[in-house]
Structure formats: C-alpha cells, structure tokens
Write a protein that binds this ligand. Structure first.
Ligand code: C2E
Ligand code: CA
Ligand code: CA
Length: 729
C-alpha cells in the first residue's frame, strides 16, 4: 500500500482486533468456566438433596417397620389384627404389602400371600439382626420389580424370631428420584458401593450394574463422597454422571444425562457472547483505526503547517531553528542570511507563479550545494538562511558566489528581464551553545551594511555592525519621544534667485536636536525611518509646520513664499497617499503652487507609468514638481521627456570634484542647464560652496543656487526674520 498512513491505520485496526479477540476469548472462557462450575455445583447439590431425600425415605420405612416389630415383640398382638392393621397401613402408605417371615423364610403377607423368602439376601441379613433395603428383585407373586425393606423381629430374650418386611413396587418408589432426573432430561438411580443398582427412575431398569453404563466407571467413584464424571455411552454421546453418597449407607444416588442437555444452552450463550464481543471488537477496531487515521492526518497537517514552507515545500524557519539547536557543534558552522535583491517587484511584474518558481529554484540549488549536515530554508519572503560548514572566508565567499551563479543558470526564463542579485550576510558562529536567534540577529545587522550594489555580495559580520545596529535601534525607539518633545525642528535652506539675488523660496529640511546625541543629521535618521514607515509621520510633521508658516506669512505679510518639501519614494505610491496630501494642503489658505514637491530620480526608476499618473494629478492641482539630485543615479533623459517636471536640482556631487572631474562636471552642468531651459525647466544648483562655483553658474544662467555659499539650512523662524519680515519692511 502506497499510503503509509493508511497502512499504519490498518495495522492499528488489526492490533485492536487482535486485542479484542484475545479479550473476547478470555472473557468467554471465564464466562463459560463460571457457568459450567455453577451448573456442576447445581447438579451436585440437586443430587445431594436427592440422596438426603432417599435417606429420609428409607429411614422412614425402616423406622416404621422397626416400630411395628417392637409392637409385635411387646404387645403379643393377635395375628389377624396385625395383618388387618398392616393391610390398612399398606393401603394408606402405598406399600405393595407387608409381610412377616419366620426363621425358615415362610411368609405370611398383608395381602394373604404365602411364599418362601429363605434365599432372599435381605431376609438373611435381617435374620442376622440387620435392617435392610433390597435391590430390585422380582416379586414371587407377580414377577414385577420390587424393593423390600426388612427388619428383624425379636422376642423377649432378644433373639430374632421373624423378619418383618415391606414391599415396594420399584416403579412406585422411584418417584423419590424424580427431582434428580432434571425434568426427564436424564435418568437417575441408586446403586451400592459394589455397583449394584438398587432403584432406578426409569420404569424398566435396563441395567442392574453401574458398570453396564460404562465399563470401569465404578473405579472412578468415591463411594463415600460425591462428584461428577463424564463418560461416553454406546450411542457415542457424552454424558454426565453425578453421584452423591446416601449418608450412613453404602448407597449412592446417581443422575445421568447427556452433556448436551445440561450445557447446550450455556454453549449457545457463550457462543453468542463471543460473537457479540467480536462484533463490538470489529466495530471498535474500525473506530479506533479511524480515530487514529484522523488524528495522525491532523497531526501531519499541523506538522506540515508548523514545519513546512508552503512555497518551497521544504523546511520552514521554525524547523531550521529546531534543527540548528539539535546540532551540538555549532561553532563549526557559519550562519548565512541570503536576500534576493530585486525580487521585490517579481510578484507584481511577472506574477506569483514565476516569483514562487524562483524561490523554489533557490531552495533546490541550495539542496544540491549543501552537505548532509548543512541546513537551509526560506526564512520569509525572499529571505533565506543557511547553516554552512566553516571554511576560510575567501573559500566561503567563492562558494556562495558560485551558488548565486548556479541559481541564475537554473532559473532561465525568457520572460524575466529584471536583474536580481544575491546578498549574503554571514555570521561566524563561535560558540556551540549559541542561541541561533542571536546568530540570526547578527546577520541582520550585516544586511544593513550592504551597499546594495548591482552585483552579488558576501559580507561577514563585524562587531561594529552590531553597535551601529544598536544605534539605529535607539534612533527608532526615540522617534515618538522626539516628536512629543519637539526635538524635531523644521529648517529652511534658502534658494537664491540668481537673476535678482533675492530669496523668495527654500527647501524644508528636518533637524533633530537629540538631548543626548546632540544634532543628528537627516542622513542618519531618514534612511532608518524610511525603512520602518516613520518617515511618513515625520514628513507630515514637516509639511504641517511649513503649511502653518506659509499661511501665517500670507496672512501677516501678504507673502506667497514657495517652499519645497521632500517626499519619500517609499509611500508616494501608497493607496490614497497623494489624495490625502492634496486634501491637506488645500485645507490651508495658501496657493498650491507655493508647494514644490521634490522627488528623487530613484523614485522614478521602477514605476514610471504610475509616477506619471501621480505627477499629473499633482500638476492638475498646481503643485510644482522638482527632480532632486539630478544626475546622481541612473538619470535618464527620458525622465525629462516623460515627466511633467518644473524644476531640476543638479546634484551636489557635480561640485565635489577633483582635477580630473572638474572640467567634465562643468561641461555636464552647462549642458544640463541649457537642455532644461530649452524644455522650460527651471534649474537649481545644490551644494554650491564657493564663489568660483557661483560665478560659473551665473555665467551659465543657472536659475537658483541652494548652497552654503549663500546660506546653510536655518530654523524656520530665522528664515522668517531674514526673508519674510525683512522683505515686507
Ligand atoms: P536633499 O534633499 O538633497 O537636501 C539637501 C541636502 O544638502 C541637505 O542636507 C542640505 O543641508 C545639504 N546641503 C545644501 N547645501 C549644501 C552645501 O553647500 N554643502 C553641503 N555639504 N551640503 C549642502 P540634509 O539636511 O542633511 O539632508 C540630507 C537629506 O535628507 C536630504 O537631501 C533629503 O533627501 C533628506 N531629508 C532631509 N529632511 C527631510 C525631510 O523632512 N523629509 C524627507 N523625506 N527627507 C528629508
Ligand atoms: Ca531635497
Ligand atoms: Ca538634493
């Protein structure tokens, strides 16, 4: 059977069935043994009762005879009266007759019969002073079977002068045995210790010797006790013989009947009980195996959920962590955290199926690349972890770079035109007992150090990364506190219009005056907040401050100052973000054209179509759009062609030159200015620090300068004092 769970369930069913079978057998054995014991006891008891009844009956007869004998001895009763009395007594008590025999055996009976019993054994015994009850003998009168009770009759000298006897028809006497025939299922009889049958419940006594029933049976009988024997009769029927001694005699009462009659019902009952148990057993076995099946199936599903990654169908991170903790030589390994740079848009651009296929390919390639003791899994999204054997850093780097190449070679897909790269962050485990979570956390600190270059990269953890990570965490933690305590402030860096030499616009920049760390540069905290989403809050704070000031300036100084604000690319594309942005600004009594939105080139890089839609929407509401840091990244002249841009801000880097780049930079700036002007785009030069740079820009008709040469960013109130109030005076 292919399904191992099914196989196990069947085994469980069979084991359950076996257990039930054994139990049912033991139970029915116990039941039948008990029932048989009880039946045997009942049979014995009945026979013993019958033996007691027989003894009582015999004693009664003998006592009666002894009483009459004593009467004869004592009272000299005349013969006629005596026989009258005896015949009446016989009539009343059911004896066939009474009789008195003289010492020669000549008999006179109550029914006027005369015969001689000299050769009868009972006569001889009673003549010798014994009370006797004879075996069945044939009546001298009518040839029928009789039993005779006899007692001696003494004279005054205590000499036996006669024998008094009572004759019973055997068939009439046999009623005392009726209770031992068990409703005529069997028959019963009385026999003596020599095996001679004395009285039988059957009308015609077919046997006169117990050995006629079964040869040698007498040898097995305890003549003074009771018991049960079994024997097979001539009809090959198994029979019971239950016997019990009649107290103070050498007689035994016996019952015989076919075993079948006594135990047939028990056997049927036991068989029914066994079958019932077996049916219950089968049902229970099926139920148990079904419950087992369902339980195991659920457990397997839960295990799968808990330990299997649904996308790669390989171990998930939980399983990876567990397996790591089972390894007691962790210091011989390196923990690798691997990210796919550029995967972010795979789902959206190529669809989930292809994106998942790449993730699967990564796992398959890792599988091929790893030794048996090494581990690997998808941690989440496009992140993977591996536990690899330690090698020197160079070899490990080569191994991982080769792995990256191999993955790319295995994932060949004509549709995929996007580049993707593998960033490996490694932590050299130095302690067998390390908590693997801690090691993983360290690889995450490495990630923050990756320069995001367009190539595969392998970086090893250094302790300084951790410190920087801690600092970043601290910065994250302090964010809300800084907002609440106004540690964030809005600075404005004025932009000088070169034609007029005046300032009527500026760029809003955030400043953080940290109570412990002093002023923190936006270059430090902006990238951190951009990643965790806090930048949206900070930008909203800056924007509101700016809007409040612009409204104030308009109301009090009737000045429509223009301020540019930086908008982060990470949430510009968020659903509803732009609408909320527009709504907020329009709720202030200023003109939307006073707000200039600075977007960076990288914003435009990936979502050109969406960005055009967004910018057009902003344009429709008369916002000004400025392309920040122009020339710093992958600028494409197409951007100038496709986007509705009002302003280009030439990146500061063009002014950070050396002997070689100086002239070339100037040529580029010159051309950019000319190009922009032809496209009706205003040009702002950022990062201008000296007169030489300023003069060059003036010569080439740059429109605005934003740089330390003129002004550094200043608190918004200072900007107000210098350029809003002042111009109003
Ligand atoms: P950016 O938008 O390019 O801003 C111009 C940066 O150049 C500012 O740095 C400014 O102080 C600096 N700068 C201007 N003139 C000169 C100069 O002559 N020499 C030199 N060396 N630097 C000059 P800052 O304020 O440190 O801001 C750094 C970046 O942080 C900004 O670059 C901007 O991208 C971002 N940023 C600052 N404030 C905010 C904000 O409120 N929101 C967002 N989203 N980003 C902000
Ligand atoms: Ca800017
Ligand atoms: Ca800039």
């Amino acid at each position: 059977m292919k399904n191992p769970l099914m196989r196990k369930s069947i085994i469980v069913a069979m084991i359950s069935l076996l257990c039930f079978g054994i139990f049912a057998t033991m139970y029915t054995n116990y039941l039948s043994r008990n029932l048989f014991d009880e039946t045997n006891q009942f049979l014995k008891d009945t026979t013993i009762q019958t033996a007691i009844a027989v003894k009582n009956k015999m004693n009664e007869n003998i006592t009666q005879l002894q009483t009459i004998a004593l009467m004869i001895q004592e009272t000299q009763i005349n013969k006629e009266d005596l026989f009258d009395y005896l015949s009446q007594l016989a009539l009343k008590n059911g004896e066939k007759r009474f009789g008195i025999a003289d010492i020669n055996g000549d008999v006179i009976t109550s029914d006027q019969q005369t015969f001689n019993i000299a050769n009868r054994q009972y006569f001889q015994d009673s003549l010798n002073g014994q009370n006797r009850i004879s075996h069945p003998i044939q009546d001298y009168v009518d040839g029928k079977y009789i039993n005779v009770c006899s007692v001696p009759v003494y004279n005054q000298n205590n000499e036996v002068i006669a024998v008094l006897f009572a004759t019973f028809s055997t068939d009439k006497l046999s009623y005392i045995l009726s209770s031992a025939t068990y409703n005529d299922v069997g028959y019963s009889f009385i026999f003596d210790d020599k095996g001679n049958v004395i009285l039988s419940s059957t009308l015609n006594t077919e046997f006169l010797d117990i050995n006629d029933i079964s040869q040698g049976i007498l040898d097995n009988i305890d003549a003074q006790g009771n018991g049960i024997l079994t024997f097979i009769d001539e009809n090959q029927t198994q029979n019971y013989l239950i016997y019990a001694n009649v107290e103070d005699t050498d007689w035994l009462v016996a019952s015989v009947f076919a075993q079948e009659a006594a135990t047939g019902k028990i056997q049927t009952f036991v068989r029914t009980a066994f079958i019932t148990w077996l049916i219950i057993g089968c049902g229970s076995a099926l139920l148990i195996s079904y419950v087992y099946f369902i339980q195991r199936k659920n457990k397997m599903q839960i295990t799968k959920l808990a330990y299997i990654d649904p996308i790669t169908e390989h171990d998930n991170f939980n399983k990876f962590l567990e397996d790591c903790q089972k390894n007691h030589h962790l210091s011989q390994y390196v923990l690798v955290n691997c990210d796919i740079k550029g995967f972010k848009w795979f789902n959206e651009i190529y669809g989930e199926e292809i994106a998942n296929k790449l993730l699967k390919t990564v796992i398959l390639c890792m599988k091929e690349n790893c030794h048996d003791d090494e581990l690997y899994c998808r941690q989440q999204a496009d992140h993977f972890v591996m536990l690899l054997r330690k090698e020197n850093h160079g070899d490990l780097q080569t191994r991982l770079l080769n792995l990256a190449h191999y993955i790319r070679s295995q994932f060949l897909n004509k549709q995929i035109t996007s580049q993707y790269y593998f960033y490996f962050s490694l932590y050299d485990i130095d302690n067998d007992n390390i908590d693997i979570h801690v090691a993983f956390k360290k690889t995450q600190y490495v990630k923050k150090e990756l320069k995001e270059l367009s190539k595969d990269d392998v970086i090893f953890y250094q302790e300084s990364f951790f410190q920087e990570g801690l600092y970043a965490q601290q910065i994250e933690k302090d964010f809300q506190d800084a907002l609440d305590h106004s540690h964030f402030q809005v600075y404005i860096q004025p932009k000088v219009e070169l034609d007029t030499g005046t300032v009527h616009c500026g760029e809003a920049l955030a400043r953080w005056h940290h109570p412990k760390h002093g002023t923190i540069s936006p270059g430090t905290f902006i990238p951190i907040y951009e990643k965790n989403g806090m930048l949206e809050i900070l930008d909203a704070f800056v924007l509101e401050k700016v809007l409040q000031k612009l409204s104030y300036w308009k109301e009090h100084y009737h000045k429509e100052i223009s301020i540019s604000i930086n908008v982060s690319r990470t949430y510009l594309f968020n659903e509803g973000y732009v609408d909320q942005f527009i709504e907020l600004i329009e709720s202030y009594p200023i003109h939307t054209s006073q707000i200039e939105i600075e977007i960076t080139e990288t914003t435009a890089l990936n979502h050109k179509e969406e960005l055009i839609v967004i910018l057009n929407k902003l344009k429709k509401h008369h916002f000004r759009i400025s392309l920040d840091d122009f020339g710093s990244g992958y600028s494409s002249l197409n951007m100038l062609k496709d986007f509705p841009i009002d302003v280009v801000k030439i990146d500061q880097e063009f002014f950070r030159t050396n002997a070689y780049t100086h002239t070339r930079s100037h040529i580029i700036i010159e051309e950019v200015i000319e190009l922009c002007h032809k496209l009706n785009i205003i040009v702002v030069a950022e990062g201008v620090e000296n007169i030489e740079q300023r003069d060059f820009l003036v010569d080439h008709h740059c429109d605005y300068i934003q740089g330390y040469y003129y002004y550094k960013p200043m608190p918004i109130n200072e900007f107000e004092d210098l350029f809003v109030k002042e111009t109003d005076r």
